[in-house]
Design a binder for this molecule. Structure first.
Ligand code: RET
Length: 237
């Protein structure tokens, strides 16, 4: 029977506590604002809050089962709770960016639709024991490249119409997102779901660190400048 090691457990608890503290901080930051001016705080709170729940489940040794993958000689834990987290939180992160850019509703639907397709097909890649998983990995990666294209063509175009301080914040966050999100498929390849180069501990540790940067770090960067949020407030949405 595969059991998560103590080192894996420590990283899952670091993820849980980091996400929970981030969610609390965003809640306090929201409380300083008037109702109607808390769009970004609310979205970002749920990003960290949902991740805290998923990490807590994994830290409590739930949300996983062992899989013996083709080409590997030992069963490894497959943490499906990760994908549940990503399925809900990655669209919310993109929504933050799209609202900051003042993107059209149509562009927002494209961006979020591609994102949930990317995570759903990524889940199939992770849950499949046979080499069919590579088909899913490729499908998910193609959708990811499409998503980045929509972000850089459509959403970046919309951001150009925004006041300079909003545009600058958008650019900063879009670069962070594009670079950081590209690490995920690479880490997937290096981890147990791909070629198993770094092992389960290396995988869980690195995911915990980049998850915290992609959610809590991103959230602080977004919410740190109240002038930007005031100027970018979605009116009729
Ligand atoms: C997978 C594997 C299949 C190919 C691709 C992937 C991309 C995942 C991404 C995840 C982003 C997660 C974030 C979490 C925040 O905490 C599913 C790993 C392309 C981009 C930002």
């Amino acid at each position: 029977m595969v059991e998560p090691s103590d080192a894996v457990q420590i990283w899952l608890w670091i993820g849980t506590i980091g996400m929970a503290l981030g969610a609390l901080a965003f809640l306090f930051m929201a409380a300083r604002e008037k109702p109607g001016n808390r769009w970004f705080h609310t979205i970002t709170f749920f990003v960290a809050g949902i991740a805290a729940v998923a990490y807590l489940a994994m830290a409590l040794k739930q949300g996983w089962f062992p899989i013996l993958r083709e080409g590997q000689d030992m069963a490894e834990p497959f943490y499906w709770a990760r994908y549940v987290d990503w399925f809900f939180t990655t669209p919310l992160l993109l929504l933050d960016l799209a609202l900051l850019a003042g993107a059209t509703k149509e562009a927002i639907v494209w961006l979020l639709g591609l994102d949930v397709m990317m995570i759903a097909t990524g889940f199939f890649a992770g849950v499949t024991a046979s080499d069919i998983r590579w088909v899913w990995f490729i499908v998910s990666s193609v959708i990811f490249i499409w998503l980045l294209w929509v972000l850089l063509a459509e959403i970046l175009g919309a951001a150009r119409q925004r006041p300079p301080e909003v545009r600058a914040k958008f650019n900063q966050l879009a670069v962070l997102l594009a670079v950081l999100w590209t690490v995920y498929p690479i880490l997937w390849l290096l981890g147990t779901e791909g070629f198993n180069v770094i092992g389960i501990t290396g995988e869980v540790a690195t995911f915990a660190i980049i998850d915290l940067i992609a959610k809590v770090g991103f959230g602080f960067l977004l919410l740190s400048n109240r002038k930007v949020l005031e100027a970018a407030r979605p009116g009729a949405v």
